[in-house]
Design a protein around this ligand. Structure first.
Ligand code: HEM
Length: 108
């Protein structure tokens, strides 16, 4: 399927608009709800910290191998966050699901 330039421009604008406000209001609500529920906030914090610790050794190894072979490391950002890491946060998923259930940023 090919897109003419104006159609791909419209799709890009839609993509940007659809993704921006929905994400922003979900995150705002999440922060608000976490402030109201400090026990949940603490549990979420523990999950994130333990995930960071779990990946620290793996990250060091990847950085080391990348430096030996003088290749760029695409697996981790500078602050050590990787796609694999954020894909495995079950409690975070539950929190976001609950936030979108309680305060959906868009009506169906
Ligand atoms: C919490 C975050 C989000 C919520 C609650 C949300 C919600 C929705 C909903 C309810 C629809 C309509 C689906 C339907 O037609 O049945 C939709 C469509 C869409 N969303 Fe999201 N969305 C979110 C994040 C994003 C992000 C991050 C992007 C892009 C980066 C995005 C891009 C789109 C696009 C392009 C459509 C239109 C799809 C189509 O035309 O078929 N959304 N979204």
């Amino acid at each position: 399927m090919s897109l003419c330039p104006s159609a791909s421009k419209r799709q890009s604008v839609l993509f940007l608009l659809a993704g921006f406000d929905t994400t922003a209001s979900t995150l705002t609500t999440a922060v608000f709800q976490l402030a109201r529920n400090p026990d949940i906030q603490e549990r979420l914090y523990e999950e994130v910290v333990s995930k960071l610790e779990q990946f620290v050794c793996y990250r060091k190894l990847i950085m080391y191998i990348a430096s030996i072979y003088s290749v760029q490391n695409h697996l981790f950002t500078k602050d050590g966050i990787s796609h694999e890491m954020i894909s495995d946060l079950p409690f975070m998923d539950q929190v976001i699901n609950e936030v979108t259930r309680l305060c959906p940023s868009l009506p169906r």
